[in-house]
Design a binder for this molecule. Structure first.
Ligand code: MG
Length: 333
């Protein structure tokens, strides 16, 4: 099966920073096309992938696509058995196959999954780490978004939250991106709770589940795992250590695995967030189709860039509005 790939540099509206990395001005994504279906991968170096590794991985399994592509479960199982890791690459393929099938059957992806499009949540809008005054500026520019997600994980975290809280009364999610020790996390979360913070994402190191449990037991805010959870098989070990999980398509390997994660998380009584990387409207819209099933959506990667090649999901006062077109439903701009 011929797979067409294309690498795109997404230009960021603002230089973007989180606790563990330097500021970026652009991110690279790779889009693919399989028999009329389109998909995208926004690989993260943190998970060991780049656009080049995605391109190589996709090429290496292209012969597995010489078969009935309607049977997405079988195709993805075979790919999983053949290719280790490379979940961003797998996600792009899974996305393209769902887009292809939706287009072939003439139904939007949410309908293919049996979901109610009116049940989408509001998405949060991310404010990257910066000087508090610059972060306030970004908060003021984010006027149209009803929920903010603030990236912190610095010695100035409390000062940042104090300053931002003076500038807005919106609900705030906080993402520490693994920056704190368990003790530090408990102390900071106690203070952050005073500033109307609604949840804390990944306070501590990904593998320190004992530390996460300690934080959870000593914090009044819900703790959501992100870097600690990639796939459904990671979820049972997290039960008791966190209140919920953040699912990302590029982290887990696509829509099928994301659905599996939602069901496994629910079976364990966990909250579910769907998040994203900095992606175009292609990757964001694919993820948005699953949001009728989740508690929180953090799908703003396409809002942070200035050269989005696609249009797809839109917002109505912050609420995700799914396109009513076959497949993922994105159009090239
Ligand atoms: Mg996160």
């Amino acid at each position: 099966m011929k797979i067409v790939t294309k690498i795109t540099k997404l230009q960021l509206n603002h230089p973007f920073k989180i606790s563990r990395r330097e500021k970026d001005t652009y991110r690279e994504v790779i889009s693919i096309e399989i028999d009329g279906g389109v998909g995208e991968a926004a690989p993260a170096k943190f998970y060991g992938e780049t656009v080049q590794s995605v391109a190589t991985a996709i090429k290496s399994i292209s012969s597995l696509l010489d078969r009935d592509l309607d049977q997405i479960q079988d195709v993805m199982t075979e790919i999983e058995q053949t290719l280790e890791g490379n979940y961003a690459a797998k996600s792009a393929i899974d996305m393209a196959l769902h887009d292809r099938l939706g287009k072939k059957l003439g139904v939007p992806l949410y309908k293919l999954c049996g979901l109610n499009p009116t049940k989408t949540p509001d998405t949060s809008f991310t404010i990257g780490l910066d000087e508090p005054s610059v972060m306030v500026e970004k908060v003021l520019q984010a006027e149209q978004y009803p929920i903010l997600k603030i990236k912190i994980g610095t010695p100035r975290d409390i000062e940042i939250l104090q300053t931002l809280r003076d500038a807005t009364d919106k609900p705030i999610y906080v993402d520490a991106n693994t920056a704190w020790t368990p003790n530090e996390a408990v102390q900071k979360i106690r203070e952050l709770a005073n500033y109307g913070v609604e949840l804390i994402e990944q306070p501590t190191k990904p593998d320190d589940l004992v530390g996460l449990k300690y934080v959870r037991e000593n914090s009044e805010l819900p703790i959501i795992a992100d870097e600690s959870v990639k796939r459904a098989c990671d979820i049972p070990a997290l039960v008791g250590s966190v209140d919920g999980i953040n699912i990302k398509l590029v982290k887990c390997g696509g829509l099928l695995e994301a659905l599996r994660m939602i069901h496994v998380a629910r079976a364990h009584g966990l909250l579910v967030m769907i998040g994203c990387m900095i992606e175009s409207s292609l990757g964001i819209t694919a993820a948005a189709h699953l949001t009728p099933l989740v508690d929180y959506a953090d799908l703003d990667g396409n809002l942070l860039i200035s050269n989005d090649p696609y249009s797809g999901v839109t917002l109505d006062n912050g609420k995700l509005v799914l396109p009513n077109l076959p497949g993922i439903g994105v159009l090239t701009k």
